[in-house]
Structures are given as structure tokens and as C-alpha cells.
Design a protein around this ligand. Structure first.
Ligand SMILES: Cc1ncc(COP(=O)(O)O)c(C=O)c1O
Length: 360
């Protein structure tokens, strides 16, 4: 199969050294080596996420941890602040688990404002609220730092953040902002293959979970924590050790070779280059100014180009291009600039995109 360079917002291209780590000879999941591996990964993730909170590793994609968080933490009702297709998934999880929730839908392209969060939390109806750090369908990054100021007034309300398409690409200060459950998948800005996810969970959240009687089994955060605490650093069931070998390697690269802050700065640079391309090519932004993502840009198709045809043409040139997501399929298209993508690669892609658009 000929490899297409991935400019879709995940999965992303994975560095060869990281792919190689997947073929590390296997170890026992109850071995000392497994404990050390899991402990090392947790300590490194704490650095990348600016947190002392407990790290939980999950052999599931990110959606699994979203379900784990909501199911383990809701005693009353969840306020789901949704700014797009992925935000709505929190509501779907609540519905399917028979968890009471209100879905607060913000116009697509806009962020959740601290004022809206305040309006709902002040009702006292909710013990949990959710939002995305970055909404992959609209290319909007929520103002978590400002939302954190509201959350500070409601210390007993649990804040769940889906950072699937942000983590390791857009900075989040979990402890400073008081996020109780922060989760990410590996196949986006972390730069690994899919099938694994990670979370940082506050002590308060673990305490809160004690009030929830039925938390399921695979995703019960207290059962997971019990193993991590007691074994120590082991998991309830056999985890994806290959993902762990690879994550360990990639975190060394992020922390020691590239540097965490440099990684965030590179993502901003890639975003700025993409923004210039959007303007130079007569397109408009779908996301509101001031909230445009550093990992994925959603381009408004104001030129009404045949997006799906463009996708085919780009595929013939060896690139995987992302149309819009869901209801935005042809109204927008997306340019991902995340993980280990470099400036020259993005520029090459954007040049190819310009040429193919001119030929349409
Ligand atoms: C913002 C966001 N949340 C959640 C998900 C679901 O993550 P996963 O596919 O790892 O379950 C995605 C996937 O694209 C996403 O972009």
C-alpha cells in the first residue's frame, strides 16, 4: 500500500523510531519492567501536561476515557458545553449511559465563553461539566484559561476536558486551571498510532467518584487507580504494551529533543503559515478570530470548490486531505498541522493544494 502523507487531523504520520518501538520484544504486564515503564510514562506526561495529578493510561481510544470520566464522575447532572461534532459526543455518551445531562450547543465556529459556563453552573443543578480543549470539526480552541476562572468559584463541580486534538500541541496547564479530568488520544498531536489514550485525574475527582455507585468495570476510574496505586503502576487488564514502549520513546523526544515549549511554538508557526495560505488563496476562516486552533485549521469553502474532488486529486499526489467533518463535509475543508509535522512539509502540501485547486 502506497503511503499517503497525512494532513488529516489524526491519525498522524508517526516518526520511524516510534514505529520501531512497537516491535520491542514483549514483556509480562505484571513484571517489574512493566511497572517501571508505566511509572516513567506517567512522570513524563505530568511534565507535558503541567500537572501533578495522577496519570491513567488506557488501552482504548479517547472516546473510552470520555465514557470513563462521565460514567465514573456524575452523581447529579452533566452540563455539556458543545462547540461542534465532538462536543456533541459527550451528550451521546450521557444519553447512552442514562446519565442526566443538558446539552448547551454553541454556534459552530464559536468557543464556549466563561459567561455561558457561569450562567449554567450558577444554577447549582450540575456536579459535572464538559468541554473540548480543541474542537476538531470547527478548528476552534476553547478559552480554558478564562473558563478556569469561573470553575474556581465552583470547586465541587467536576470539569472534564477532551483534549484529544490539542494535547502536546496546544499548551494546557491542568493544575493551574483546575481541570479534574483531562484526556487525550495518542493518534493526534502526541504523534503515535491510534488505539491508546491518556488522562490526568485530580484527587478531587477520585474522591467524587466514590459517590457514584455503578461505574462499570473496564472504565471504573477507582478500580484503575487501585491497581496503579497498589501494584504499583500496573493496570487492571493486560494493556497495550507496544503503545507504551512507543509512548515512552516519543515523550523523550518531546521533552528532551524538541522541548515542550518549542513543540507548542512550532504548532503556532504551522498555524500561522496555514492562515497566510488561507488568506492568499481567497478563502475565509470557519473559526472565530482569536480562537483558531494551532493543530487544525477549518477553512470555509467560500470559493465553493468541489472538496471531495480535491481530496481525490490530492490523494493521487500522495496526500491524505481532510474534507469538513459531518454536516460541514463540503462547506469546509480542514488542514491539519499537528504532531511532528515540519514547516517544509506543510509548505510543500500547501503548494500542492494551491496547484490542484487552480486545476479544478
Ligand atoms: C476532539 C475529539 N474528541 C474525541 C475524539 C474521539 O477520539 P478517539 O477517536 O480517539 O476515540 C476525536 C477524534 O477525532 C476528537 O477529535
Amino acid at each position: 500500500m502506497e503511503h499517503k502523507k497525512l494532513f488529516i487531523p489524526g491519525p498522524v504520520d508517526v516518526r520511524p523510531e516510534v514505529l520501531e518501538a512497537f516491535s520491542t520484544p514483549m514483556i509480562g504486564h505484571r513484571s517489574k519492567e512493566a511497572t517501571e515503564l508505566q511509572k516513567r510514562i506517567s512522570e513524563k506526561l505530568q511534565k507535558v501536561f503541567y500537572t501533578d495529578n495522577q496519570i491513567l493510561l488506557s488501552t482504548s481510544s479517547g472516546l473510552g476515557l470520555m465514557e470513563a470520566a462521565m460514567r465514573s464522575l456524575t452523581t447529579k447532572k452533566v452540563a455539556v458545553f458543545s462547540i461542534g461534532a465532538f462536543g456533541n459526543k459527550w451528550a451521546d455518551i450521557a444519553k447512552r449511559n442514562n446519565i442526566p445531562y443538558d446539552l448547551i450547543e454553541i454556534d459552530w465556529g464559536d468557543p464556549v465563553t466563561p459567561e455561558i459556563v457561569e450562567e449554567y453552573l450558577s444554577s447549582g443543578e450540575y456536579d459535572v461539566f464538559t468541554c473540548q480543549h480543541n474542537e476538531t470539526s470547527t478548528g476552534v480552541t476553547n478559552p480554558l484559561k478564562e473558563i478556569a476562572k469561573v470553575k474556581e468559584k465552583y470547586p465541587d463541580v467536576m470539569w472534564l476536558v477532551d483534549a484529544v486534538s490539542a494535547a502536546a500541541g496546544i499548551k494546557a496547564e491542568i493544575d493551574n486551571w483546575g481541570i479534574d479530568f483531562f484526556l487525550a488520544s495518542t493518534q493526534k498531536a502526541l504523534g503515535l498510532p491510534p488505539g491508546f489514550s491518556v488522562a490526568a485525574v485530580s484527587d478531587k475527582a477520585f474522591k467524587h467518584a466514590e459517590n457514584v455507585k455503578y461505574r462499570g468495570r473496564y472504565f471504573d476510574i477507582l478500580l484503575i487507580k487501585k491497581y496503579v496505586d497498589k501494584k504499583p503502576y500496573q493496570y487492571v487488564s493486560t494493556p497495550s504494551l507496544p503503545h507504551m514502549f512507543a509512548l515512552d520513546k516519543q515523550l523523550d523526544y518531546i521533552i528532551d529533543e524538541e522541548g515542550i515549549e518549542n513543540r507548542f511554538a512550532r504548532h503556532k508557526k504551522l498555524r500561522d503559515i496555514t492562515h497566510q495560505w488561507i488568506k492568499d488563496n481567497g478563502f475565509e476562516f470557519f473559526a472565530k478570530k482569536g480562537y483558531r486552533s494551532a493543530t487544525v485549521s477549518t477553512v470555509k469553502n467560500n470559493r465553493e470548490i468541489p472538496v471531495l474532488e480535491l481530496k481525490e486529486k490530492m490523494a493521487e499526489r500522495g496526500y491524505a486531505m481532510a474534507p469538513g467533518y459531518g454536516k460541514l463535509k463540503t462547506e469546509t475543508f480542514r488542514i491539519a498541522h499537528m504532531a511532528d509535522r515540519q514547516v517544509d512539509e506543510l509548505e510543500e502540501y500547501l503548494d500542492a493544494l494551491t496547484e490542484e485547486i487552480e486545476k479544478l
